[in-house]
Design a protein around this ligand. Structure first.
Ligand SMILES: *Cc1c(COP(=O)(O)O)cnc(C)c1O
Length: 497
C-alpha cells in the first residue's frame, strides 16, 4: 500500500516519500508526517536473525513505498558498509544492568551517521525519480554532529552542494576541527555568531522563502535539508530500535513480546520520535524516556504540558542537545492534536510569536508513552566517572545524560523492564569533557594528548575519524553574523540579487 506524507501545517499538502525527502520541509514551515504508521510484517523470531541491513530493508520498505526493492537495497548497501567499523553496525554493550546501543560506529562517530550515511543515496534516488534537473543544495544547521555527518555523506556526491552553519562558540573543539577540515569540492562550512537555535531559524527562513526559491530555481538550484526534519533521516533512525529488539531477543535479554524501555538523550526530538514510531510499528516498547541536559525545555513540557522556550540558553558539555526549539516535537504535537494541521498551526504560531504554548489536558494524555528527566552538568560528569569506575565503560557526555536520567527513572518508578540506552556519540568526540569528568587534572593536557589518555583508560582503539583530524589542515574559515546567513549562501551559489 502506498504511504503518503502530509504536512503538519496544511492538510491539503501531500507528498510521496521521495518528494518529501527531496523537499525536506513542507511549505509554510510544515514538516512531513506519514499519514499512518505501518505495522511490521515479520515476527520477532525472524527479526532476531536478521542483519542490520536486512532489518533496514524490512522497516524502510514500509515507509518509502515509492522506492523499488532494488533501489532501496542499493541505498542500504551503499550506506551500511565498511564506513562502519563493525559488522553489527550498531552493537549493544551491557554495563551496570543497562543495554547501551552504540550508535557511533560510523564515519563521524556520532549517531547522526546512522541516517546521514544513507540520506545522500535516498536523496539522489529521489531526484532521479522526480526528474529533478536542478543541482540540490543541502542547507544544514548543526549543533555539532549533524554538520560533520552530513558533510561526510554528501562530499563530492554529484549533483549536490552542501552548506553547513554551526554556532562558532557552541561546539566541542573536536567537533569544530572535524567540520572545518572537511574535504570535497562541494562542501561549505560557516560559523555563525549565535547559537544553534539561531542557525536553525536562519536555515528554516531560507527554506520557507518562496521568492528565494524562485531565484534559486532560475540559477539551477533547489534546497533540501539534511536536518532531522527530513523524513529521509527519521525513517532510517527507526531501524535501529527495531533491530535492537531483535538483538535483545536473540541475546535472551527479553522474552518474545516482552517490552523494553528506551532512554534517549534528546535535543531536536528526532531520535526519540523514531523510537516512538518504532513502538507504533509494533516493537514492544514500554516507556520512552526523554533525557535532557540543563536546557530542559522538554522535561518541563512533559511535566506540565507547557512548552516555553523563553529561558536562558545554557552551553553545556553535551552541546548536541543544547536546543530550546525541538523541531521534531511538532510531529508529536500534530499527532496529539488529532492530526489536524490547523490545530497544530495554532501552537506553532504561538511558539514563534510568544515562545510559549500550552497543550490541552486531552492532548497531554497522549504523552503517557513518555517519561521526562534531566541531568545537571555535575550529575552528568559524575555519571561518566561512576560508570567508568564500576564497569570500566566510558561513555560520552550525551549518553551520560541519558544514563543519569535512567538512574533517576529507576529510583522514582522501580520499573525493572529491560532497558536500552541510546548511546549517541563516541567518548572520543567529547574527549575533554569526558576526561575532566574522570579527573579534572586532565584539563591541563592538549586535545590530542587527551585522546591518547582516553585510549589508555578505555582500551577502545582511537577511531579513524579522530586519527584523520590530528594533522588535517583547516579548509573552512568563514564566520558570519546570524542575519548574514542568506548573503553567505548567495555568495557561495554566485547569485546576485
Ligand atoms: C544530535 C544528537 C543528540 C540529539 O538528538 P535529537 O535527535 O536531536 O534529539 C544527542 N546526542 C548526540 C551525540 C547528538 O549528536
Amino acid at each position: 500500500m502506498e504511504l503518503i506524507y502530509k504536512s503538519t501545517r496544511n492538510d491539503n499538502e501531500t507528498a510521496t516519500a521521495s518528494q518529501a525527502i527531496l523537499h525536506g520541509l513542507a511549505q509554510e514551515g510544515g514538516l512531513y508526517v506519514p499519514s499512518f504508521i505501518p505495522k511490521l510484517d515479520i515476527s520477532f523470531e525472524v527479526l532476531a536473525d536478521k542483519t542490520y541491513q536486512e532489518t533496514a530493508y524490512e522497516v524502510m520498505k514500509l515507509f518509502l513505498t515509492d522506492f523499488t526493492e532494488e533501489e532501496l537495497k542499493h541505498c542500504i548497501d551503499s550506506a551500511y558498509d565498511s564506513k562502519f567499523d563493525c559488522k553489527e553496525i550498531a552493537p549493544i554493550k551491557k554495563a551496570e544492568g543497562a543495554n547501551y546501543l552504540e550508535l557511533f560506529h560510523g564515519a563521524t562517530i556520532a549517531f547522526k551517521d546512522m541516517a546521514l550515511s544513507i540520506l545522500p543515496h535516498l536523496l539522489t534516488t529521489s531526484a532521479k525519480k522526480n526528474q529533478v534537473k536542478n543541482e540540490i543544495v543541502i542547507l544544514t544547521a548543526t549543533s555539532g554532529d549533524t554538520g560533520k555527518a552530513a558533510l561526510a555523506g554528501f562530499a563530492d556526491v554529484p549533483g549536490t552542494k552542501i552548506i553547513v552553519f554551526y554556532p562558532k562558540n557552541g561546539v566541542s573543539p573536536i567537533q569544530e576541527k572535524q567540520m572545518v577540515t572537511q574535504k570535497g569540492n562541494n562542501t561549505y562550512v560557516i560559523g555563525i555568531k549565535g547559537n544553534f537555535d539561531d542557525a536553525q531559524t536562519g536555515v528554516k527562513k531560507m527554506f520557507s522563502d518562496g521568492e528565494f526559491a524562485k531565484v534559486l530555481d532560475q540559477a539551477g538550484y533547489q534546497f533540501s535539508s539534511a536536518n532531522s526534519i527530513n523524513i529521509g533521516r527519521l525513517v532510517p533512525q527507526i531501524v535501529y530500535y527495531v533491530y535492537s529488539y531483535g538483538v535483545l531477543l536473540k541475546n535472551g535479554e527479553v522474552k518474545n513480546g516482552e517490552p523494553m524501555n528506551v532512554v534517549v538523550p534528546t535535543g531536536n526530538f528526532g531520535n526519540i520520535l523514531a523510537a516512538y514510531y518504532a513502538k507504533q510499528m509494533g516493537v514492544p516498547i514500554n516507556k520512552l524516556i526523554c533525557a535532557s541536559n540543563e536546557n530542559k525545555v522538554l522535561f518541563d513540557f512533559l511535566s506540565s504540558g507547557c512548552y516555553d522556550r523563553n529561558r536562558e540558553f545554557v552551553l553545556t558539555s553535551s552541546p548536541s542537545m543544547d536546543i530550546l526549539i525541538s523541531s521534531n516535537l511538532e510531529r508529536l504535537i500534530y499527532k496529539l492534536a488529532g492530526s489536524e494541521a490547523d490545530k497544530n498551526l495554532e501552537f506553532m504560531n504561538a511558539l514563534s510569536q510568544t515562545g510559549v504554548y500550552q497543550i490541552t489536558d486531552k492532548m497531554r494524555e497522549g504523552l503517557s508513552d513518555f517519561w521526562g528527566g534531566f541531568a545537571t552538568e555535575e550529575e552528568t560528569a559524575a555519571m561518566i566517572k561512576e560508570l567508568y569506575e564500576k564497569a570500566g565503560y566510558i561513555i560520552d557526555t550525551h549518553t551520560a545524560v541519558a544514563a543519569k536520567v535512567y538512574q533517576k527513572y529507576l529510583e522514582e518508578t522501580k520499573d525493572n523492564t529491560p532497558t536500552l540506552i541510546a548511546s549517541t556519540a563516541s567518548p572520543y568526540k567529547f574527549t575533554r569533557s569526558v576526561m575532566n569528568a574522570i579527573d579534572l587534572a586532565y584539563d591541563a593536557k592538549g586535545d590530542f594528548e587527551l585522546v591518547d589518555e582516553l585510549n589508555r583508560l578505555s582500551k577502545v582503539p582511537v577511531p579513524n575519524a579522530i586519527e584523520e583530524i590530528r594533522t588535517a589542515p583547516v579548509l573552512h574559515k568563514t564566520v558570519c553574523d546570524t542575519d548574514k546567513m542568506r548573503e553567505e549562501v548567495e555568495k557561495i551559489l554566485g547569485i546576485k540579487i
